[in-house]
Design a protein. Structure first.
Length: 467
């Protein structure tokens, strides 16, 4: 392209030269000013050039015919009113065009964003009471979401009171039960719930009967922290038997010489009898730990086969045989309506006066008043408890001041892996059901046959739906 437009008159160039010669001195005085202004116009021309390149929306004829002339003059250091006006006008027009395009892009980006939001909108809603359960507040739901995110499920926190929770959970696809009791009233209000999932072994916080009547599976995590609870039960057995808390106090209180005489009344551990009430996973794990100590073991559990009890080193027995023959009675019954306050006065009276009662199951399975009376009146020697009927206990609970009681604050399942393991299991159970499959552990398995969920596990011959 010819950068010098032929329409520029030649006499004008000669006139500029003659004026420069006659006014050399004046030009010299203004040299710095001219140079500065020339630089400005050269910059404006370059800006305009950058705006023009690739333009497809402005009048192409204007730019093709007129802009080279103005640019050549500016780049050559010359400038006049016409070129200034043209450059200014060009930049303004182009800036306007750029603004219009940017607004268009913003609209386009917004539309794309909205489409993406619609595309990634949660497919399933899992509603849970706000707050933590058996853990530190503010832990979030990262572990649960590892299994839920891939299927498009979101966890929504709802107010932790019955009335407001009902309103929030009415159309939920699933309930993550924690923090508050999931009552019959809550369950009956659910219109679309496919599963109620717990992050605990115990299921007493959910009305299982109401859920079963509605055909809603309830899941728990019965095998996630078996080893921790078994460790704790064995610790309570040993600590209670060797009177660890009492011995510790004697040392701290300057009663050093009293320690040995107190233990001279206690027989050696080897050869003693350990009796289990309920022989599930935790009890079997305790039996494995107790065997090397030389303990003889009995087990009462009418719901499992005698051969399974034999396989774990224990002898099948009746409840009365366990109570009357055992030096240690370890309670592992779950919190179910049929075993509420299962042990009362008549049962504690059957126990040896030297016996220790251990409970790492549920406090509600024991009549606590009867247990206190048994301890106070010497029907049994000691109690080692991780669970109580009312938790936390009231300040006037007699057991808090009794030296023949060892207490821990319902912490048997706690360990460094506790949160991670149980939360991942919760997410897994939720994802299975929301994906149309049977859960791994269902506490009311009778409802599964009447749902549209499909079984994917191999058939088990052991106790429980998917043992």
């Amino acid at each position: 392209m010819n950068l010098v437009n032929p329409r520029i008159p030649h006499f004008a160039l000669h006139q500029i030269a003659r004026d420069s010669a006659r006014n050399a001195e004046a030009d010299q005085c203004c040299a710095h000013q001219n140079a500065g202004l020339g630089a400005i116009f050269r910059l404006l021309s370059l800006i305009l050039f950058n705006f023009m390149v690739g333009s497809e929306n402005l009048d192409g004829t204007i730019w093709q015919n007129d802009w080279p002339q103005a640019m050549v003059k500016a780049l050559a250091g010359g400038y006049d009113v016409t070129s200034v006006e043209f450059l200014t006008k060009g930049i303004a027009l182009r800036a306007s065009e750029v603004g219009r395009r940017r607004k268009s892009r913003v609209r386009t980006n917004t539309e794309i964003s909205n489409r993406e939001k619609r595309k990634h909108m949660a497919k399933f809603r899992v509603v849970t009471p706000k707050g933590a359960s058996f853990t530190v507040a503010g832990g979030g739901y990262g572990y649960e979401k590892e299994a839920l995110d891939p299927i498009g499920a979101e966890i929504i926190e709802a107010p932790a009171n019955e009335a407001e929770f009902i309103e929030a959970a009415r159309t939920a696809d699933a309930i993550y039960a924690k923090g508050i009791p999931i009552s019959k009233k809550i369950i009956d209000s659910l219109q679309n719930c496919k599963v109620i999932t717990l992050g605990t072994v115990g299921v007493d916080s959910v009305d299982i009967k109401a859920a079963t009547a509605r055909g809603i599976p309830v899941t728990n995590v019965p095998d996630t922290f078996i080893e921790e609870v078994a460790d704790h039960a064995m610790m309570l057995l040993l600590a209670g038997f060797r009177r660890l808390v009492e011995q510790d106090k004697m040392v701290r209180q300057g009663r050093w010489t009293e320690g040995r005489p107190a233990l001279l009344k206690i027989p050696r551990l080897m050869g003693q009898t350990l009796g289990f009430i309920s022989f599930g996973r935790v009890a079997r794990a305790v039996a494995k730990r107790a065997a090397p100590f030389g303990l003889r073991m009995l087990a009462y559990d009418p719901f499992i086969s005698e051969t399974l009890i034999y396989d774990h080193g224990a002898l099948p027995a009746t409840l009365s045989e366990v109570l009357s023959q055992s030096d240690f009675v370890s309670m592992h019954a779950p919190a179910r309506p049929e075993v509420h306050r299962m042990l009362g006065e008549s049962h504690f009276r059957q126990m040896k006066p030297t016996a220790t009662f251990i409970n790492t199951g549920r406090g509600a399975t024991v009549n606590e008043e009867a247990l206190i009376k048994a301890l106070q009146e010497g029907w049994i020697a000691h109690a080692a408890l991780d669970v109580l009927e009312t938790e936390p206990p009231s300040h006037n609970n007699p057991m808090l001041s009794m030296e023949n009681v060892t207490l821990t604050a319902h912490v048997a399942s706690a360990s460094a892996r506790f949160d991670e393991a149980r939360k991942r299991r919760v997410g897994y159970e939720l994802s299975l059901v929301l994906s149309g499959m049977w859960p791994v552990s269902c506490v009311n398995p009778s409802v599964l046959q009447n749902t549209q969920l499909r079984r994917w596990q191999p058939v088990s011959m052991e106790r429980g739906p998917n043992s």
